[in-house]
Every structure is written in structure tokens, then in C-alpha cells.
Design a protein around this ligand. Sequence first.
Ligand SMILES: Nc1ncnc2c1ncn2[C@@H]1O[C@H](COP(=O)(O)OP(=O)(O)OP(=O)(O)O)[C@@H](O)[C@H]1O
Length: 837
Amino acid sequence: MSRTPLTCSTLLPQPPPPDQKEISTLETNEKENQAASIIPPAKKRKAGSGGIGIPSDMTTTVKRQTLAASSVRRELSSAVSSLRGREISPSVSSDRGSECPDGNWEGLTSVRDYADKLLNEKHPPKAKYDFKGKCEVYMAYTKRLKQCIREMQQVEEGHIMEKENLEKQMAREEAIHEETLSNLKRSLDEMGKEREAYENKITLLERSLYAVENDKRELTQLTEQDAHELRKLRDLNLRLDEDGSRVRAELVASIKQVENLQDVNRRLQEYNTSLQQYNSKLQGDAAAAQEALAVSQREKAAVMAEIGSFKGMNMALQSRLESAQRATDDLSRQQKVMQEETRRTQLEIQRLLEDRERKAEENKALALENARYKDCTGKSAAELEQLSIREQALKQNFLSQNEVIAGLKRQQEVLKQQLELSEGVAEQRRMELVESHRRIAELESKLADTEMRFLEGEQLRRKLHNTIQELKGNIRVFCRVRPMLPDEEEDSSDSPGPIRFPTSVELMGRGIEVQAEKGQQYSFTFDKVFGPEVEQSVVFEELSQLVQSALDGYKVCIFAYGQTGSGKTYTMLGATEPDRHRGMIPRSLEQIFMTSKGLEQQGWRFSMQASMLEIHNETIRDLLSAATARASCGLVDLAAGGSKQHVVKHDANGNTTVTDLTLVEVTSWREVATLLARAAQYRSVGKTAMNERSSRSHCVFTLRITGVNDGTEQQVNGVLNLIDLAGSERLSRSGATGERLKETQAINKSLSSLGDVISAIANKEAHIPYRNSKLTYLLQPCLGGDSKTLMFVNIAPDRHSEAESLCSLRFAAKVNSCEIGVPRRHARLAETTKRDS
Ligand SMILES: Nc1ncnc2c1ncn2[C@@H]1O[C@H](COP(=O)(O)OP(=O)(O)OP(=O)(O)O)[C@@H](O)[C@H]1O
């Protein structure tokens, strides 16, 4: 706040304020005077001498009065403006508030307004030379101005006092402020320390925040994982819900069944008790049989060893026998030669004797003739001489012949002796031979006995193995290697086939090895391995029990898997002629009918229905329907809708049906054989690069068996599925095009779906993709249900098929590791009995 201080000069008497014109004149004059104060006196005088003749003292007085008045006026005006510019705080009393003390502020309430009024006051013009009047006016005006200044001074003093008060107050306030400041500093220091502590705390907190954030991140990840799991669980839940609803439906059906079964159960309990007894007896038998098996296996090993040594001995004996026989043969040959020679010698002797007799006769005749000559005629001495020489020669001849005969007789004697000797040796050899024959017979009977026991043990082992497999719920796998085909045999002269069969006791008949061309060896073990020389009948022996269980009320499924041309159709169907080539399907059906006939004596009556279908290019074709027959004669176009659309359905009891499929009631094996022959004509078969007659579809033969026993009031429902799958093939090898290519792609796709299903089962996955192909959906109960399932893996033995064989064996090993449901027997009390009860 700036303020012009009031000086003493303001208190001097001031002239009244001039009018505006005058003031400007006066101001000009004043300026001039101010200028004059720095101009030398000589010049001042010169300027003053230029007036109009008014007395100079008078003029001077007026000027002085005027100047004083204007200076007072200026001071007043500056004081007023300072008063105006001052900001008056509410605590300081305003000059407006200062009351006029003697009441002559001409009705105005504040000294400033009064000063304003004075400053703005205008005086009526006087006569130009009425200096006295003007002086009086200015005197009065100055007086009022001075009074106003005094008033203002009082106000100013009040203000100064107020200022001092304010300054004191300010000092007090400043002291307080200082104190507050020092307090603040102290508290600032404390706050600094506190701040440090807080900063430390913040660092710690930041660290823990970082840790918490890490935890949070981890938690977020965990939460995300949880969410993912949750999603999966929700999906699972949905599936479970679906399963649940299915299961509920099944449950309702089951409850009904349970009600029925409860009824049955009561009856069965008795039967069960007896079965339990029988079972415990069987278990005892099984334990004993196992022991017996172990014993017989030990015995078998011992016998095998004995047989081995006997075989060695036998071979030695055989070789001795052979050499003895050879020697005997030699001797008998020699004997024959000698006998021949003796006979010839005897003949010779005979001839010589005869000759001698003849010669003696001749001699006699000659002697007689000689005498006659001597007597009668007196022939010449020369003639006589000749005759006597001749006689001498004959005599010598006779003598030499006698010697020859004696020599021959000696020789005959020697030969006789030799013959006797060799006859003795031959007799000895014959005795030895008889002895070794006896021992061989003995050993053979022992071997037969041991083999019988071994077979019994093997049968028991197989039975136990089957039971264990059933309990485990595994799919059984048999591996069959076909013989080399003629053209493969030609090739194999350069490079032998890759398949080997281990000969160790534990792997014999169960192991197979693939010797890869690059040197690696892959070994596999299955429930049974059949080599190329094994006949259909031997393979069937291993199956017969399984087939039998279809009659006992089990679902049985047998299928053949393998690359094209590996022998699946040969194994499953075989050839009708000759009999030894008949495959598993005809043999199984024949056995079923034979056994069912046999069971009739025990009160069983069986009815059977056969059906046969093929899956060709993912379409089901009924091989027994009339439409298929007509189509095969070209009467109907199946592709153009001449056939029904067949759909596979599974019910809650695990029974599978195919809609609109022809079911033929069959009562004998002959009928089924006719059906099989008929269906074989309609099946999709074609020539490929790898097989003359390649099956281009999966063929499924199904026999539904219902058996009722009138005696025990039991009913069984068995199913026998016999499946010949189409063969997998590499397009690069088969070189298929057009329709064949389409077929091959469909076959490979469905087999790969089968592989996916097997993998999912083997890995115990929650979802098994049965619906990915018609084949897997049809086989669902066999692969994941309660059936007894057996797979043949067929192997081609040639080197070119090495990769495919390995693939098939690996697939089969996976199948072997699959755990499916435990086989369930479908047996219950017969309907009629239920109704009666
Ligand atoms: N064990 C065997 N003994 C003698 N010959 C056999 C044997 N197995 C297969 N063969 C012969 O091998 C050839 C091919 O067999 P098959 O037709 O059964 O093969 P596949 O696996 O059914 O082929 P695809 O999948 O192409 O139908 C046939 O000539 C068959 O007679």
C-alpha cells in the first residue's frame, strides 16, 4: 500500500483554487517558474518586465497565494488519491467511517468525500482585476483545505496508530509464526523420520506387494487352469448328464428287471449255494489242476529232456541199426551172391560130373570100340594112337575137373562158413534191432503218455488262461502268418522273409519276431501264434471253446484284421473244397449246430437266426436280402435307392440291431452253408494289385442263439459275430484308381477309426469315438461291452510286406492290452416259467 505522506508544506495558507482556465494558466506559469528557478535572475527579470502594468507586489502576492493554494491542492489531491488507492482492511477502520468532529464537513460523512468536494469545487469568476475578492475566496478555500488536511492528518494519525497496532500485532503474529514455524520444523523433522520409517515400511510393503502380486499372478494362472478344468468338468458334467439320463432310463428298465430278478433270485439262491459248493470244488480242482499242471510241466520238461536223450540214443541206435542193416544187407547180398555162386558151382559140378560120366561112358564106348576095332577090324595103329591121346586128354580133363570140383567144394565150404558167420552177425543185429524197436516202442508209448498228459495240462492251462482273460476283460489276439504264395517264394530266394518264430519254451507258439531288413528286431507276444504250416483245423481247435460260449449265452465276436492279401478271408471263410481249407466261420457254425443237437439230450431247445451284412463305402448292405440278390443280377440299382437304408442301433441291454436287416431262421449247418455261399456271391470283391480276390468291404456274419431248457427252466441268449474285415492297403503299393481308390479310402478311413477306438480304450479315455465310422459303431459292444472278443491278426510273410506286418503287429499288441468289460452271460428264467410263476 503506497501512500503519500502529508508534509508541513501542506499546512501553509493556500490560495483558493482557480477556475479551470486559470488553473491551466497557473500551471503553465508554475512550470515556467520552475523553469525560472534554474534560469539566471537576469533572465527572470526580463520575463517579469513584460507585464501589463499591475503593481508587482500585488501580483507577486496573488501569485504566491495562487501557488500556495495549488500546492496545497496538489497535496490534498495526492492525499485523497492515496486515501482512494489504499485498500482498507476490515480490521482497519475506514476513513469513510471517521466522523466529522465539529460537523462542518458540509453535510458529508467522510473526510475524503469532503476533500473530493473541496477539490472539485468551482468558484464563480470574479472580475478580472478583483484581486481582493479572488484573494478572499482563495483564503477561505485555503482555510477549508487546511482544515480538511488537519482532519485528514487526524485520520492519518489514526491510521498510523492503527498501523503500529497492526505492526505490533504483526510482530506478535510473527513471533507466534516463528514459534509455529519452529514447531512445524520440529514436526517436519519428526515427519521426516516418520517418512523414512514409512518409506522403509513402503519398501517392505512393496516387496510384500510384489510377492502378493506374484502370488496373485500364480493364483490367476491357477484360476485360469481351474476355469479350464471347470470348463472340462462342465463338459464332462454335460456328458455325464447325458449318460445320467441314459443310465436313468436304463435304471428304470433295470428296476423292472430287478423286480423280476428278485423273483428269480430266490430260486437261484438255492441253485447258487449248490453252485458255490461246486465252485469251491472247482477251485480246489483248479488248484490241484494247477499243481498237476506244474507237475506235468516239470515232468514234461524232464520227459522232454529224457526224450531228447532218448532221441539222441535212438538216433545213435538208428544209425547203428542202419549200419547193421547195411552190413546185413551187404551180407545177405554176399550170401545171395555166394548162394548163386554155390548154385552155379553145384551146377558146374553137376555138369562136370555129368560130363565126366558122359566122358566115362564115352571112354567105355571108346574102349569097347577099341576092343571091337582090335578084335574085329585091325584098324591102324595111328588111329589107335589118336584115340589113346584123346583118352589121355579126357582123363586129364577129368582129373582137372575133379580138382576144380574139389576147389569149388572147398570154396563152398568157406562160403558156407562165412555164411554161417554172417548169419550169426545178422541174428545178433536182428536181436539188437528187435531190442531197439522194443525200446523205441516203449519210449514212444511213454512219449505218447507224456504228450497226452501235456495236452491235458495244456487244455487245462488254456481253460485257466481263458478264465483269467475273461476275468481281466481283455480282448484276445491270435496271430496267423500265411505261407508264402508261389510268386513270393520266387522272390524270397533272393531275400528271405522277415518273420521269425522264437523257439524258447516260454515263447513257443506265442511269440513272433520281425527281423527288419535294416537289422532291427521287433518281438511280439500274443495269446497264440500260428505259423504258415498250421492247418485250419488246428487253428479252430483254439477257437472252439470260445465259439462254444455263444451257446452258453455269451456274446462272442471274432474278427480278422490285417493288410490286404494277408489271409483274413482264408482264415474266416476259407475254401469249401477240399474240406481241410474250410475256415473259422463254417467250422464254428458246424460246431454250434452239432453241440446244440448234443445239448438237446439235456433238455435244451435252440433257435437260431442268421444275418449277414457288409459295410461298403460306409454303407450297410444286407447280403441276405432279396433286393441284394436282384441287384447282383442287375435287376435293381442299389445305389439309385433300390435298397433300404440300414441303421445300427444299441439298446440299454447292450443288444445291437440293424434296422430292416434280413434275419433267416436256420436249423442246420447245411442251411447256413447255403446262406454263406449265397452271400459270398453278393459280397463286394475285386481284383487288386495285391490280391486276385480282394474283399472290398467289411463282412459281418451274425448268429443269434436263443436256448431254452425245459428241465432247468433256463433261457440263454447268445450272439456269435464273425467278421472278415477289408484289408488295409497303401495306395502307393496297391496303385488303386477310380472306384477302387474310393473303396480303398473308405476302408482305410474305417480301419483308422478302429485304431482310434482301440487307442482310446487302451488309454482308458473318457470318450471313445465309436460313432466315427459304421464299423466301430457296429462293433461297439464287442470292443467296449461285455462280449468275449478275439482278433486274428493276419500277417503276410514276404519281405515287401515288412512295414505293413509291423504296423499290423503293433496294432494287435495295442488291442491285446485293451481292457474291455468283463464278459456277461445272458441267461435268465424262461418266459413261460415266469408267466406260470
Ligand atoms: N493259411 C493259408 N494257407 C494257404 N493259403 C493261404 C493262407 N492264407 C492265405 N492264403 C492265400 O493267400 C491269398 C490271399 O488270402 P486272402 O484272400 O484270404 O487275403 P485277405 O487278407 O482276405 O485279402 P483282402 O483283404 O484283400 O480280402 C489267397 O490266395 C489265399 O488262398
